[in-house]
Design a protein around this ligand. Structure first.
Ligand code: GDP
Length: 355
């Protein structure tokens, strides 16, 4: 199955929790849509997170969209938790940056954006809350250009404004003639940045435009901008399509030597990303950082409201495993014959003691 390992990067209050909820609901991963304001959302399952109303601890949740598995790695938006932000950025292949349609780019989103630049994480942007009074897509796009020094490529036209905001028109896939001018503008912007597309400017197909957008995104040369309202469930399906269309698939060789990075431990579960090779239930693996073996007793796909046992995880997967006793976030699990270190171990931190 095709995979997208993505994070949702946002300033606190931009709507990350609401958007994650809508994504899980839209993809059928949850049947009940929790509302942030009711304190019953499924991603914030730690009571402390619920109480504070912000997403503090990273966790990964899987859902499926159009034959693609989307692993959403929760990336804390709060500046106090930047270690976790960095660790989650490390395991992403792409990200959705969420901005508030009224405030545009805020200082914390800028800080996380810079970190994502550092890790060269390809991104698309979602301007949320377009239903709010004072929301202005053009102003938000201008703040993306000015504050983040990146070329925004707006691929949608919003229908209606503020309270009357009612939908988005896609400019890439067979756009209606009513938006011909906006489509032409997008083609010209793309062509000027993408030499391959320039020759086709007079007759640019949807496929050419989409592939140029994918290319520019993966090189970080531009950011595709979408918009909507997570709260009103506008633009969420289009955003999921864009994740599949523009953000890259993981690389790695399922037949290679095992290399898996632990990025989170929580409630007896160890969250990890497999970069290379295959991890099978029952395997004994080598923690190269700690210099000890660990046994993988269960491998779990973490969904919004349940965990599903699976037999193996292959290169590109993000899963939780049980049975691991001491491996810390940041350590690499490999085979003893071929030890690998994906990240330098942090010697200062004591190991979790094993009873
Ligand atoms: P987070 O801090 O980024 O996770 O943001 P939340 O998802 O908790 O949203 C913060 C507040 O904004 C909540 O009161 C949401 O109901 C509200 N909100 C989220 N998305 C939208 C939206 O699209 N439109 C409006 N009007 N409010 C929204």
């Amino acid at each position: 199955m095709n995979v997208r390992n993505i994070g949702i990067l946002a300033h606190v209050d931009a709507g990350k929790t609401t958007l994650t909820e809508r994504i899980l609901f839209t993809t059928g991963a949850t049947y009940k849509s929790g509302r942030v304001d009711d304190g019953n959302t499924v991603t914030d399952f730690d009571p402390q997170e619920r109480d504070r109303g912000i997403t503090i601890f990273a966790a990964a949740v899987s859902c499926d969209w159009n034959d693609h598995r989307l692993n959403l790695i929760d990336t804390p938006g709060h500046v106090d938790f930047s270690d976790e932000v960095e660790r989650s950025l490390r395991v992403l292949d792409g990200a959705v940056a969420v901005f508030d349609g009224v405030a545009g780019v805020e200082p914390q989103s800028e800080a996380v954006w810079r970190k994502a630049d550092h890790y060269q994480v390809p991104r698309i942007a979602f301007v949320n809350k377009l239903d709010r009074a004072g929301a202005d897509l053009d102003a938000a796009v201008a703040s993306i250009r000015d504050k983040l020094d990146v070329t925004p490529l707006v691929v949608q036209v919003p229908v209606g404004r503020e309270g009357g905001f009612s939908g988005v028109i896609d400019l890439v896939d067979q756009p209606p003639p009513t938006v011909a001018a906006a489509r032409r503008l997008l083609e010209e912007e793309v062509a000027s940045r993408h030499p391959g597309a320039l020759e086709e400017l007079d007759d640019m197909s949807d496929a050419t435009l989409r592939s140029a957008l994918r290319d520019l995104t993966s090189k970080g040369e531009a950011v595709v901008v979408l918009c909507g309202s997570a709260y009103r469930d506008i633009g969420v399906e289009q955003l999921l399509d864009a994740v599949v269309d523009y953000l890259p698939a993981p690389t790695g060789d399922p037949g290679g030597d095992l290399a898996a990075l632990v990025f989170k431990r929580r409630e007896r579960l160890t969250y990890l990303r497999v970069y290379d090779g295959t991890m099978t239930k029952g395997d004994t693996v080598w923690d190269a950082g700690a210099g000890r073996t660990e046994r993988i007793s269960r491998i779990l796909r973490v969904q919004a409201d349940r965990h599903t046992d699976i037999d193996r995880a292959v290169a590109g997967d993000i899963v939780a495993v049980a049975g691991v006793k001491a491996a810390k976030a940041g350590t690499t699990l490999s085979t003893r014959q071929h030890p690998v270190l994906l990240e330098a171990p942090q010697a200062a931190e004591p190991l979790v003691s094993v009873a």
